[in-house]
Design a protein. Structure first.
Length: 383
């Protein structure tokens, strides 16, 4: 790309040190976490069952515990069939998970000899995964919990409640040019009732589109301005809509501090928008209420929608946030931000903020507002 969009913090003049690197790694094509809970009827050995009956006949109390036997966890790949969800490379993968559970019975808190035995517990799971040809399944059990349900003893059978937590990843060794950040597993996709044959696989593993990892944005941008500005400011019954443009209360002049970062590195999560306006004291229109003398405010964006391209080198983005007027109460607000990157001296920015009691519009251009910096880039090369 011709530019390196970077987070703007004050008057940042040094380049962003994050850059592309070529590495050989085990690439994660998909990643899910599964949880099973089941109640299994376990036969009690004859010798143990006789001791339990003797303890009860003597009026004593029976208790029991169960725990995982160390180093007995295992996972087996059973097979895979194509998944009919409209995604090439997606398959329904069948996995079997195994662990051994130790059961111990006690009479009045004293361990009964011969009542310490081990039983196997297994779960079979079907899960939809991005599993293209050339990749491998890496699965493991990372937690096992067990409880003995003595109130559900059925003759010489006892019921144990087992919870098993598993981690499943699809991997392949690849060479990547990356700019890395931490990621996490995605939610499990429900399995449809009917299956269909997937189209032929590519020779080399290809990433499954649309659901892992999340798609990048089509455009990214950054803007910064710190200096004097005149804004449109409407409040009360005139605010909250387009009509405020014609009936605004004031055009206060003050010190504006605005920083915007939209989809840095083409990732919508890397977005921020912070605005602070300090109204400069000046002539006040006759009849202006005291609580409207100061049009200072702060605004912080909380959520961003997908940005769209505007023209050849601009973007538009909407979202929500909170606004706090001077001496007022914080309100929820919506915003629309339009940025245009026109070199060498034609950068423009328009920000509209609307809340139940306020309407604010900020129009900046590099000619009237020296120091305005806007950078916008297309993300097409990142797909």
């Amino acid at each position: 790309m011709k530019k390196n969009i970077k987070p703007i913090q004050g008057q940042q003049v040094t380049p962003n040190p994050i850059g592309p690197e070529c590495i050989r790694v085990t690439k994660v094509y998909d990643w899910v976490v599964l949880t099973n809970r089941d109640r299994n009827k376990v036969p009690i050995p004859d010798e143990c069952f006789a001791q339990i009956e003797t303890c009860r006949d003597e009026g004593n109390s029976i208790t029991a515990t169960c725990s995982e036997v160390l180093n007995t966890r295992s996972c087996d790949f059973i097979g895979a069939v194509p998944a009919d969800i409209g995604v090439p490379g997606a398959q329904i993968v069948t996995l079997a998970f195994h662990v051994h559970i130790r059961v111990q019975f006690f009479c009045n808190g004293v361990a009964l000899p011969g009542c310490n035995f081990v039983v196997p517990v297994s779960f079979v799971d079907d899960v939809i995964l991005c599993f293209p040809e050339g990749t491998e399944i890496n699965c493991n059990i990372f937690d096992v919990q067990c409880t003995v349900l003595l109130n559900q003893m059925l003759g010489n059978m006892v019921v144990i409640d087992v919870v098993m937590c598993k981690d499943v990843q699809v991997e392949a060794e690849v060479k990547l040019e990356v700019e890395a950040r931490f990621c996490g597993p995605r939610p499990v996709i429900p399995i449809p009732e009917e299956n269909a044959v997937c189209p032929p696989f590519p020779r080399f593993p290809q990433q499954c589109p649309t659901f892992f990892p999340p798609l990048n944005t089509v455009v990214q941008g950054a803007a910064e301005y710190d200096g004097p500005a005149t804004i449109i400011y409407a409040e009360g019954e005139d605010a909250g809509g387009v009509a405020a443009l014609a009936t605004f209360n004031a055009t206060p002049t003050g010190e504006l501090d605005l920083t915007a970062l939209i989809a840095d590195q083409c990732n919508l999560a890397n977005s921020s928008l912070q605005v602070s306006f300090l109204d400069t004291p000046g002539p006040t229109p006759i009849g202006t209420p005291d609580d409207e003398l100061d049009q200072s405010f702060t605004f912080t964006a909380a959520e961003f929608n997908q940005p769209t391209e505007v023209g050849t080198n601009g973007l538009s983005v909407t979202g929500t946030g909170t606004i706090t007027p001077s001496g007022g109460v914080t309100e929820n607000a919506t915003f629309t931000l339009v940025m245009n990157d026109v070199d060498p001296a034609g950068d423009t920015l328009t920000l509209t903020i609307t809340s139940p009691s306020l309407f604010i519009r900020i129009n900046l251009n590099e000619t009237a507002n020296p120091g305005l910096e806007v950078e916008v880039e297309d993300c097409g090369s990142n797909f």
